[in-house]
Design a protein around this ligand. Structure first.
Ligand SMILES: Nc1ncnc2c1ncn2[C@@H]1O[C@H](COP(=O)(O)OP(=O)(O)OP(=O)(O)O)[C@@H](O)[C@H]1O
Ligand SMILES: [Mg+2]
Length: 377
C-alpha cells in the first residue's frame, strides 16, 4: 500500500522512580504514544539524540537537576517540548519550569486525564513548531527558486543569441556545400546536418529553461495521471532496456477516477524527472516500479482527502535521512553531470498543482518518491 503508517508521537520519560515511570508509560502507550524512558540525565541525553516530541522530566534526578536537563533537551531538539514533573505544586516549581523553557509542569502522582491533556497540549505546540519550520523552509525554497529563475532566464537568453547566429552560418555553409560536385557533398553534409540537429536540441533545452524561469499562466485541464505515467514509461522503455532495468507499472484495477486538474506537459516533466532519477539511482539489472492509484477519501480530511497518488520505487541505495530535505533544493546534486534542478522543478510544478511530493524508504530497499495531487472534483 502507498500510504505510510502515521508516525506515533515520541515521548521521552525521565524519572528515576521505576514504578512511576512504568505506570506513566503504560497510560501513554495505551493512548497511542511511543515511549522511551531514562532514569538519569546522562541516559536521557543519550536517548534524546534520536529525537523526541515531548519529554516528561523529573525535577530531581540522581545525576543532576531537571531544569538544567530541560534546557539541554530543548537545545538538542528545538521542535520538541518539555513538561517538568514535580513532587510539590509550589510557585517555585512553576517558575523553575518556565525558566527552563518547559511548556508545563505536572504534580506527581498525576491523574491519567491530567497527564493526557498536558501531553496533548504540548504536542499541539510541537506540531506548531513543525508547521513553522516547514513554512520557513518553503519560503527559503521559493526565494532560491526565484533567484534560479531570474538567472536561467538571463543565461538562456544570452546563450540563444550566439546559438542562432551559429545556426544561420551553418545554413549558409550548407548551401555552399550543396553547390559542390556530388561526391564532395556527402562527407561534408553529413557532419553538418549532425551539428545542426545538436544545435536544435540545445535550443529546445533552452526553451524548456525559459519556460521554467518565466512560468506561463497556469491553465488547468482534466488530465488522467495514470495515462501520463503510461506515456512516460513508454518513452523511457528503450533506455530501461538498454540498462536491463525492469520498468514496471502498476495501476490497480478499479481504483477509480485518476484524473487531476493540471497541465499535461508539466505533469509529464514531473514524471520524467522522477522516473529518470529512479533509473539513474538503480544499478543495471535492477527494478523501477511506478504505481498510480486514486486514494479513498480520508474521513479526517473530509472531501479534501481525495487525491491521486503516484509512487516511484527504485532498487538503488535510497536517500539518506539527512539528505531528504536538501534534495529538493535547486542545484543540490550528487551526480557528476547533474544540474540539481530536476527535483526543484518537480517541487515547483507539484506545488503549482496544489499537490505534494516527498521521499521515503521503499519497502524493498531503495527510494520511494511519493507524489499526491488533488483529484478532479
Ligand atoms: N531515486 C533516487 N535515489 C537516490 N537518490 C536520489 C534519487 N532521486 C534523486 N536523488 C538525489 O537527489 C539529488 C537531486 O536530484 P535532482 O533530480 O534534483 O538533480 P540531479 O538528478 O542530480 O540532476 P539533473 O536532474 O539535473 O540531471 C540527486 O543528485 C541524488 O543525489
Ligand atoms: Mg534528476
Amino acid at each position: 500500500m502507498i500510504e505510510p503508517a502515521p508516525r506515533r508521537p515520541r515521548i521521552l520519560l525521565v524519572d528515576d522512580n521505576r514504578p512511576l515511570v512504568e505506570n506513566l508509560a503504560e497510560i501513554l502507550v495505551e493512548a497511542g504514544y511511543s515511549v522511551r524512558s531514562a532514569g538519569s540525565c546522562a541516559d536521557a541525553l543519550a536517548l534524546a539524540v534520536d529525537g523526541f516530541d515531548v519529554a516528561l522530566v523529573d525535577l530531581k534526578l540522581p545525576d543532576g537537576d531537571g531544569t538544567a536537563l530541560a534546557q539541554r533537551l530543548k537545545d538538542l531538539s528545538p521542535t520538541g517540548e518539555v513538561v517538568l514533573l514535580t513532587g510539590f505544586a509550589t510557585l517555585e516549581s512553576a517558575m523553575a519550569a518556565v525558566r527552563a523553557g518547559a511548556c508545563a509542569y505536572l504534580v506527581k502522582p498525576c491523574a491519567t486525564q491530567e497527564l493526557l491533556v498536558t501531553v496533548e497540549q504540548a504536542m499541539r505546540q510541537v506540531r506548531l513548531h513543525g508547521d513553522k519550520q516547514a513554512l520557513a523552509h518553503k519560503a527559503q525554497m521559493a526565494e532560491k527558486l526565484a533567484a534560479v529563475g531570474t538567472m536561467t532566464a538571463g543565461l538562456s537568453h544570452e546563450i540563444r543569441n550566439p546559438l542562432n547566429a551559429a545556426l544561420l552560418q551553418l545554413t549558409v555553409l550548407e548551401r555552399r556545400v550543396q553547390r559542390l560536385v556530388g561526391e564532395l557533398q556527402g562527407p561534408l553534409l553529413e557532419p553538418l546536418v549532425l551539428v545542426k540537429d545538436e544545435i536544435r536540441r540545445l535550443d529546445h533545452i533552452l526553451e524548456d529553461f525559459l519556460q521554467f524561469a518565466r512560468p506561463r499562466e497556469f491553465v488547468p485541464h482534466p488530465v488522467d495521471l495514470c495515462q501520463v505515467v503510461s506515456r512516460v514509461l513508454d518513452l523511457l522503455a528503450g533506455e530501461a532496456e538498454r540498462r536491463s532495468i525492469r520498468l514496471e507499472r502498476e495501476f490497480p484495477p478499479g481504483s477509480g477516477d485518476t484524473r487531476v486538474a493540471g497541465e499535461e506537459e508539466r505533469l509529464r516533466q514531473v514524471l520524467v524527472n522522477l522516473t529518470l532519477n529512479a533509473m539513474e539511482a538503480t544499478p543495471d539489472g535492477g527494478r523501477v516500479r511506478v504505481r498510480c492509484v486514486a486514494e479513498a477519501p480520508d474521513p479526517a480530511l473530509g472531501e479534501r482527502g481525495t487525491s491521486v497518488a503516484v509512487a516511484i520505487d527504485d532498487s538503488g541505495p535510497g536517500v539518506p535521512p539527512a539528505m531528504r530535505d536538501r534534495i529538493f533544493e535547486p542545484f543540490f546534486t550528487t551526480k557528476a553531470k547533474g544540474s540539481g534542478l530536476g527535483l526543484s522543478i518537480v517541487h515547483a510544478i507539484v506545488s503549482q498543482h496544489g499537490g505534494t511530493v516527498s521521499v521515503e524508504p521503499a519497502p524493498g530497499g531503495g527510494a520511494r518518491f511519493l507524489l499526491r495531487l488533488p483529484r478532479l472534483e
